[in-house]
Design a protein around this ligand. Structure first.
Ligand code: ADP
Ligand code: MG
Length: 163
């Protein structure tokens, strides 16, 4: 783990390590948190989301909502609203984003930059990036201002190697 003033960065070496990191992030989340998840196709965004759901105590399997735009998972410590807005070329206001963002659960948005104007000001930004063709992923977490300790504090006590 690399801690800078307000981000923490991890390296994972397989999908299970990525899920594990997200599983450890989950207990730190609270209602109204919005995670803006960035990364290329196949980077590991949905894999990360699977670990997050598991960490929230959601037992239902999480898959890619590419064709449904949003999937809601109840039954965990908090509801999880999982969005994939890859197919949205024009962010429209009519979708009622704020009911999710300011709702009772945690919202996670894959390809969040496509709806940047709709996003709330306070975001947990997470970027997953690939190292060449290998299974190594760099995962950079940028908490909202003043929330670094809540989100990053102690997260480094995982098996993930330092970057
Ligand atoms: P995205 O949602 O970003 O398009 P997915 O999570 O659907 O990506 O797919 C990631 C793919 O990469 C999966 O096939 C997964 O098994 C594979 N993979 C290999 N190494 C990793 C890693 N370190 N972390 C996450 N996924 C990995
Ligand atoms: Mg995905």
């Amino acid at each position: 783990i690399l801690m800078s003033r307000n981000t923490c960065t991890f390296e994972t070496h397989n999908p299970e390590e990525t899920r594990n990191l997200a599983r450890h992030l989950a207990p730190r989340l609270r209602r109204g948190d919005v995670i803006a998840l960035e990364g290329d196709l196949g980077a590991g965004k949905t894999t990360f989301t699977q670990g997050l759901a598991a960490g929230l105590g959601i037992e239902e399997p999480v898959d890619s909502p590419t064709f449904t735009l949003i999937k809601e998972y109840e039954g965990g410590r908090l509801p999880l609203y999982h969005m994939d807005v890859y197919r949205l070329n024009h962010p429209t206001e009519e979708l009622g984003w704020d009911e999710y963002f300011y709702g009772d659960g945690v919202t996670l948005v894959e390809w969040a930059d496509r709806i940047e104007p709709m996003l709330p000001g306070e975001l947990i930004r997470i970027e997953v990036s690939r190292h060449q063709e290998s299974d190594v992923r760099k995962i950079r977490i940028e908490p909202p201002a003043g929330e670094t300790e809540r989100i990053c504090g102690g997260l480094g006590r995982l098996d993930n190697h330092e970057t």
